[in-house]
Design a protein around this ligand. Structure first.
Ligand code: AMP
Length: 144
């Protein structure tokens, strides 16, 4: 049994922290720090996803361009080709997506609208819950 994205969002909420592409890296770092998150979904004027900017992108930018990166717009450093999932995607599918793509955040999109975001932390938490439940069921079965 594998839990759906919908079940995770129903439990944790559908708020997503977004910002425009002209937000600077320094401003994005402040947002990530204040909200205690690892990723910002970058949206265009129409509210549609135009990219994703994560703490990893800050590390990469500073390593490559030094402190000058802090004044750059996140649009110049974000990943524009964003892998998304739907509400009926399962935790198993998310694990495959995150492992093969080497990222830890997946925005959820339904009919072109951003409806949530799943982090690797959410996936791990829900997978552990599933495994614990299965273990309990097996124990109960063995105990008769
Ligand atoms: P993360 O592990 O999520 O901090 O991201 C690692 C790298 O992958 C960064 O360069 C991100 O911009 C990029 N990234 C994060 N999430 C996604 C995603 N869903 N689709 C494509 N790239 C992503």
């Amino acid at each position: 049994m594998s839990v759906s994205v919908k079940a995770i969002l129903d439990a944790k909420g559908r708020d997503v922290v977004t910002a425009g592409g002209n937000t600077t890296v320094a401003e994005a770092a402040k947002i990530l720090n204040q909200k205690r998150i690892g990723a910002i979904v970058v949206v265009g004027m129409n509210g549609k996803i135009s990219g994703i900017f994560t703490e990893r992108d800050i590390v990469n930018a500073v390593a490559k361009h030094g402190s000058e990166s802090l004044d750059k717009p996140i649009a110049s450093l974000m990943t524009a080709k964003v892998q998304r999932c739907k509400e009926d995607t399962t935790t198993d599918e998310l694990m495959g997506l995150m492992t093969s793509g080497r990222f830890r955040h997946v925005p959820v999109e339904e009919k072109g609208k951003l409806t949530g975001i799943i982090s690797i932390g959410d996936v791990v938490k829900w997978r552990i819950r599933e495994i614990e439940l299965e273990t309990e069921q097996i124990k109960a079965y063995i105990a008769g």
